[in-house]
Design a protein around this ligand. Structure first.
Ligand code: AMP
Length: 397
């Protein structure tokens, strides 16, 4: 997939609107607890500074009530962190597209950086409102999208706004380019053997991705809650484990299709079972075929970790999306943590989907060992499903 690149766009001394994804986690005191998304945007912003641009940055943050300013959802902590990272002043407008933003944007000189307030303070943002798109577009001469994490959304600053710029005046920033190129190579030209480790809560959330991945991979390793729908499809008693009864047939079809395609399809052979969904529950390591009635599998077991270690030994490319168990509770995090170490030690291209799996590898402390960690959970999942993202399509050559 070839995208319009910021490198090929004439931005020299232009007024540039950069859509970023600064939707970072914050604690109750407004401290940013993980600034990976802000750091990921720095290369595009610095490139524009070197090109002597006047830079207008925009992002959403949290879920404020649409159309209403709320101080706890202000981007002011982001402006401070950007100032630290860029070492230039970052002015924060007090609104998105009100008098203050418009006045500051029109006066913005080359080399200056302006951050608009949280885009979601405007009710039209998530509705892809044409009026809001037009007003945002009118602020600048060039549009750059570097917000991979929100490129699967048809929002005014991601989708509608692109209609106001011709191909010479819009492009993908470095982060967006990198994300799209990584997933494109992964799905179209992976170095084989290629394995996908797929976990998380439900089959329904990953069904389309599984179907799209099947003909592209050599091996699929299943973990997490979704494993139990597959185990039930094989006729095993899964006790009170998470299951989607309406998808049992579908799960069976996926396993048949894997067999037809010669794709090796692995399910957990043992699980850590608990009497109740709680950190203080009694737990037992049991075979996946012998989960006691009333108990629920909340993590993969030791034998599964060892099996998956062996299965991954010859793999050259691995994609990991979704935890192997209820990793938020330490007692049920060991399977995920150990898989994180195994993937980190692999002599292969290792790609981690965004969201939970990205948090997990960071928590384990092996994030630096991975080849690539996506900044967008939802967006990367849609790429794995084979979709063209609404924020990416208008930037295709
Ligand atoms: P997802 O959003 O589909 O990627 O799922 C992530 C969630 O799956 C995490 O919050 C995990 O706690 C949850 N999860 C993983 N394994 C299990 C399991 N065996 N039973 C219930 N929930 C699980």
């Amino acid at each position: 997939m070839k995208l319009l690149s910021i490198k090929e766009c004439d931005v020299f001394q232009k007024k540039v609107f950069i859509r970023c994804d600064f939707n970072v986690p914050m604690d109750d005191f407004g401290n940013i607890t993980d600034d990976r998304r802000i750091r990921s945007a720095v290369s595009t912003i610095k490139y524009c500074l070197d090109q002597e641009c006047a830079i207008i940055l925009a992002s959403h943050f949290g879920r404020p009530k649409a159309g209403v300013f709320s101080p706890e959802d202000s981007l002011s902590p982001v402006a401070r962190r950007l100032h630290q990272l860029l070492k230039v002043d970052v002015a924060l407008a007090s609104d998105v597209i009100g008098e203050d933003a418009k006045a500051r944007a029109s006066k913005l000189a080359c080399g200056e950086v302006l951050l608009l307030e949280n885009l979601r303070f405007e009710a039209g943002e998530t509705k892809n409102d044409p009026e809001l798109s037009a007003s945002l577009a009118a602020l600048a001469e060039v549009y750059i999208n570097d917000a991979f994490g929100v490129s699967h959304r048809s929002h005014a600053s991601v989708a509608g706004i692109t209609e106001h710029f011709d191909n010479a005046h819009k492009a993908a920033g470095f982060l967006l380019l990198k994300e799209i190129e990584f997933f494109d190579t992964l799905l179209e030209r992976p170095v084989r053997p290629f394995a996908a480790i797929v976990g998380g809560s439900k089959v329904s959330g990953k069904l389309e991705a599984l179907v799209n991945l099947l003909p592209r991979v050599d091996k699929i390793l299943i973990g997490g809650g979704m494993a139990f729908t597959f185990l039930k499809a094989l006729g095993y008693n899964i006790g009170n484990s998470l299951v989607e009864d309406d998808l049992i047939d579908e799960a069976g079809k996926i396993m048949l299709e894997a067999k037809r395609l010669g794709v090796k399809f692995y399910l957990p052979v043992d699980v850590l079972a608990a009497e109740k969904f709680s950190a203080d529950s009694h737990v037992r390591m049991v075979s996946a075929q012998e989960i006691p009635d009333g108990w629920m599998g909340l993590d993969i077991g030791h034998a599964t970790v060892e099996l998956y270690r062996v299965v991954l030994e010859d793999v050259q490319t691995v994609l990991w999306n979704g935890p192997m168990g209820v990793f938020e509770i330490e007692k049920f995090a060991k399977g995920s943590n150990r898989i994180a170490h195994i993937v980190a030690e692999m002599n292969a291209t290792t790609v981690v989907g965004g969201g939970d799996t990205a948090d997990l590898v960071q928590r384990v402390g092996v994030d630096e060992e991975m080849s690539f960690i996506s900044t967008g959970g939802g967006a990367s999942l849609e790429l794995l499903e084979g979709k063209v993202l609404p924020g990416v399509k208008p930037l295709m050559k």
